[in-house]
Ligand binder design. Structure first.
Ligand code: MG
Length: 459
């Protein structure tokens, strides 16, 4: 079993994630990737412990560690490009506080691909047999400690956050934002956004109301920025008469938007709105994933753009964008990548782009009401051996439906009047069905057909 999931290494502190693993990872990065390693962390209480262990690993292998402290994922990607041969953020994104993990970047600031991850896995020698115990084959990284005069240096970098703010502000119309000076509620979830987003908004000329904006690692709300966790924040947006609200997950690669009425725009609508916004500035290809809704596809077509579809995961979106020279790429979880920005999802830039959208187009609630949306249904089914189950489920789905199939990641079928996706989760032992159609009847029919197949092969 691989050490890396769909979004780096992630697990529970003291179980999958230990200081020993951090140490080995640090040493391995120097041996396999490069000697200058940028390290950042989100606000979790275990972050500094892991950072110190990772730094020790880097230095023991003769590498230099460049510490940027608490910072979002996109800031770390930018700093990796500016200062490192590679970079690591210690984060578990939206997971509960007992989780943590590592996400790797190369010297271009791109998320490590599967090949780079495999090199790291081989070196640190962590397979399934030793996950959870921290015991097992001791890799060479630990035994070969640098001599006294070859131990690496520990550098502090205080420029990374400032440089990210500068980059973000260069990509939005600051003059317009300053003129309109919107009132913005920002909910940082006590995560990494706390150290940058309120300042970036203020710098851009917004009146800022910060919520959960202390990077304490003690999370006042669930870090997954969904409707339930954002209920209070949404009420605050309305109560203080803000023009919009922005909420982030723990590492601020995601931005979730709340309109002036205290309503969440919704993940599909806000993605469709951003597709239209970016295509309004520049025509071209827009990349999204097999989870993209019909509303997103229609917004791209209406905006004069070309829709390109790829596998779920920001690393795939970023790659496809690079390959096609796309103007924008986004996933319906609130992760957006902008041409000219960093090559990873940037919640800070996305938030500012929505502020800019409000300044140019007015009420986001009204804009949302103009977006098309169709009935949609999602369900998840527990599946211990989800990969194996999909091997039998996918051909059955293909037999049961007529239409255009995408099979690179689960199985998606675009049929007359709708689409359906059956896919194994990248991080949890579940299989998901997602379906959308022009009307409820068509949706119910397609969903029931897929549900029948999944239940049959999972039982
Ligand atoms: Mg995240």
């Amino acid at each position: 079993m691989a050490l890396f999931g769909t979004s780096g290494i992630r697990g529970v502190i003291g179980r999958e994630i230990t200081p020993e693993l951090a140490f080995r990872l640090g040493a391995c990065l120097v041996r396999r990737i490069g000697w200058r390693v940028v390290v950042a962390r989100d606000a979790r209480t275990s972050g500094l412990m892991l950072e110190n262990a990772l730094a020790a690993g880097v230095m023991s292998a003769g590498g230099n560690v460049v510490r940027i402290g608490i910072a979002p994922t996109p800031t770390t990607a930018l700093a990796s490009r500016n200062y490192g041969d590679c970079g690591v953020i210690i984060t578990a994104s939206h997971n509960p506080p007992e989780y943590n993990g590592f996400k790797l970047f190369n010297s271009e600031g791109k998320e490590a691909g599967r090949e780079e991850e495999q090199r790291v896995e081989r070196e640190i020698g962590v397979g399934q047999e030793e996950r959870g115990t921290g015991e097992g084959r001791r890799p060479s990284a630990v035994s070969r400690v640098a001599k006294w005069n070859e131990v690496g240096r520990d550098e502090k970098n205080r420029m990374a956050l400032k440089e990210h703010v500068e980059k973000v502000l260069a990509l939005v119309d600051v003059a317009l934002i300053r003129k309109k000076s919107p009132k913005v509620v920002v909910d940082c979830g006590n995560g990494a956004a706390s150290v940058i987003m309120p300042y970036a908004l203020r710098e851009a000329g917004c009146k800022v109301v910060g919520v959960n904006a202390e990077p304490s690692g003690v999370f006042a709300r669930g870090l997954e920025p969904n409707a339930e966790n954002l209920r209070e924040t949404a009420a605050i947006v309305k109560a203080v008469g803000a023009d919009l609200g922005i909420a982030h997950d723990g590492d601020a690669d995601r931005a979730i938007v709340i309109d002036e009425n205290g309503e969440l725009l919704g993940l599909d609508a806000q993605l469709a709105m951003m597709c239209e916004e970016e295509l309004g500035k520049k025509k071209g290809v827009v990349v999204s994933t097999i989870e993209a809704s019909m509303g997103v596809k229609e917004a791209i077509e209406k905006g004069g753009g070309k829709f390109a579809i790829t596998k779920v995961g920001s690393v795939h979106v970023a790659r496809e964008m690079g390959r096609l020279g796309a103007v924008f790429g986004g996933e319906p979880c609130g992760e957006y990548i902008f041409a000219g920005g960093v090559p990873v999802p940037d919640g800070i830039l996305a938030g500012l782009k929505f502020v800019e959208m409000w300044c140019r187009k007015g009420s986001l609630g009204k804009l949302k009401s103009k977006m098309k949306s169709y009935p949609m249904r999602r369900a998840k089914f527990p599946a211990k051996e989800r990969g194996k189950a999909m091997q039998t489920i996918a051909p059955e789905v293909k037999k049961a439906f007529k239409g255009k199939f995408y099979e690179e990641d689960g199985v998606r079928v675009d049929f007359e009047g709708g689409w359906l996706l059956v896919r194994a989760s990248g991080t949890e032992p579940i299989v998901r069905i997602t379906a959308e159609a022009k009307d409820e009847k068509l949706l119910a029919k397609a969903f029931a057909k897929a549900e029948g197949i999944v239940k049959k092969y999972l039982s």
